[in-house]
Design a protein around this ligand. Structure first.
Ligand code: FE
Ligand code: CA
Length: 527
């Protein structure tokens, strides 16, 4: 039976998507059937198994991403040749008004991923996009361009998320995010975790299993990204809004710093693994060609503008940072954490950011990065582990340079975004965290994990023991979820969303608390 011998009602979603492309309409095709010869299939199985994505919105363009992978968990399963992938981006969900279209080349060197930089688009509006290869058609993604440069904007809504360990729970937070149709979604890193199945530990019963062993080669990393990207909730979140991504440590290896890993691997050997990981990251993410890896390096830090409302600097605090002091972990009395040579960004990136801050003109100066920048004194919970060395607490001079630069440049209304710790925190940023009366220079929203560490609990014991010592921390939750932020010319609002259980599928999300910052007034208040 061929595609055209059946009625629409009998067709699979995949066949409907094909037909819709042929007819030049959206996924919901009108009941008109015309017989047409299809190109000879070049795939044994459906190639768009990893969904679609868009990213890094500009006023006039956006990145569109997909990857052809008929055997996603086994290297991709593509023939080792280039394959043409047609793409189109439309002004309406039914693809009646095509704004731009073209053909991209999926190459074996990049695992048959495509990164289309669609241009010539209108600012601040919704678009829909899809791909076709051979006679196979992808799902449809919704995306949105950034507002016109410098234009006044009533509001921008964005999500902050990260730390989605596949084995620790279901990606319900991504499903709930997809329903909010954000203007953009910022991911703070730990998009994958590099451990083998069960985290190598027999004492943990996992809800879902990793594929394969620890990740070392580019194929290992590709297969792991594929496992994560086959998750329906994650695909839905990508198809709902443009993403702005950065990485943290687990995209390569736990707590690595620059070319140093935690296993004393010689740096010249470790960077081989890092290069494999960075390549797979580039292949998987909706990034511009400017991020294409070169050797063992990749330029991920970048700046995005949302009219006169948000100036967003995305940082990479992994690739160029100095080693965690005092052998990493948590320490009390680690003098080396104060060394002026400690760096989170490296000299080149730090200068780039500091130059950007000097000409920041938008209402909100947002710094999107990985680990919390505020001081978190946990001595009451952990007498020998007052500060965590992997955070900016291990890089105090670098934090002082950043905070002082924010003051010196008068960059408007600084907001720092971070993740990594798998709990929500909202904190005011102080020039001197040991003095509660010290000047507040901005506010930080630290997002909890999508899943990592599992369901969590109503209150965390570490937080209960330490909150009196950290009056600058205004909000905490030990549940999983994400942050929904709303920026307006008057306010920046963070709604800390939580999902009660990630061990059970399809739970609702609710707002556990909210922090608001008023423009022109440093410091946040609960709402
Ligand atoms: Fe994490
Ligand atoms: Ca991390």
């Amino acid at each position: 039976m061929t595609l055209y011998d059946r009625t629409l009602a009998q067709m699979s979603r995949r066949e409907l998507m094909r037909l819709a492309w042929i007819l030049g309409v959206g996924a919901v095709a009108p009941p008109i059937l015309t017989r047409r010869v299809l190109a000879k299939p070049i795939f044994d199985a459906y190639p768009f198994t990893l969904g679609v994505a868009s990213g890094d919105p500009a006023p006039d363009g956006i990145v569109l991403w997909t990857r052809l992978a008929p055997k996603p968990l086994d290297g991709g399963g593509m023939p080792m040749t280039t394959v043409e992938v047609e793409w189109e981006i439309a002004a309406d969900e039914r693809f009646r008004t095509i704004a731009q279209k073209g053909t991209a080349i999926a190459r074996p060197e990049l695992a048959h991923s495509v990164h289309v930089e669609a241009a010539g688009l209108e600012p601040g509006r919704d678009y829909w996009y899809r791909f076709r290869a051979g006679d196979e058609v992808s799902q449809v993604g919704r995306t949105k361009t950034a507002p016109p440069a410098g234009a006044s904007v009533d509001s921008v809504r964005f999500a902050v998320c990260g730390c989605n360990h596949y084995e620790d729970g279901y990606f319900t937070a991504f499903r709930r995010m997809s329903e909010e149709h954000f203007d953009f979604i910022f991911h703070t890193g730990d998009y994958i975790y590099e451990g083998r199945a069960d985290g190598g530990r027999s004492d943990r019963s996992r809800l879902r299993q990793h594929n394969g062993d620890q990740l070392y080669t580019v194929v290992d990393y590709r297969n792991r990204y594929a496992l994560y990207k086959m998750d329906r909730d994650l695909q839905a979140a990508h198809a709902s809004a443009p993403w702005i991504v950065t990485w943290d440590d687990h995209e390569v290896d736990n707590n690595y710093a620059g070319d140093i890993d935690q296993d004393n691997t010689p740096p010249e050997i470790f960077v081989l693994r890092r290069a494999a990981a960075y390549q797979a990251y580039y292949e998987t993410m909706p990034l511009r060609a400017s991020a294409l890896p070169s050797g063992s390096h990749m330029t991920l830090y970048r700046r995005l503008q949302f009219g006169s409302l948000i100036d967003l600097n995305v940082l990479d605090t992994r690739q160029w940072r100095s080693d965690q002091p005092c052998g990493d972990g948590s320490h009390t009395n680690c003098a080396d954490r104060l060394l002026p040579t400690q760096t989170m960004m490296g000299a080149v990136q730090e200068k780039w950011l500091f130059d950007n801050l000097a000409d920041a003109r938008a209402k909100w100066t947002v710094i999107g990065q990985q680990v919390y920048s505020f001081a978190y004194d946990r001595i009451k919970a952990n007498p020998n582990g007052q500060y965590s060395m992997d955070k900016w607490d291990g890089y105090v001079a670098a934090r002082d340079r950043l905070y002082n630069r924010l003051v010196e440049t008068k960059a408007p209304n600084p907001i720092v975004l971070s993740g990594d710790v798998h709990q929500h925190y909202g904190a005011d940023l102080k020039l001197d965290f040991t003095d509660p009366k010290s000047r507040t220079i901005g506010t930080e929203f630290t997002n909890t994990a999508v899943t990592t560490t599992g369901d969590g609990s109503e209150v965390g014991s570490t937080w209960e023991a330490t909150k009196a010592d950290n009056p600058h921390i205004k909000f905490h939750s030990n549940r999983r979820g994400y942050i929904a932020c709303t920026a307006t010319p008057r306010q920046m609002r963070a709604d800390f969303k939580i999902v009660e259980k990630v061990s059970v599928q399809d739970q609702p999300a609710r707002t556990a608390g909210s922090l608001v910052v008023e423009a022109g007034r440093a410091g946040s208040f609960t709402d």
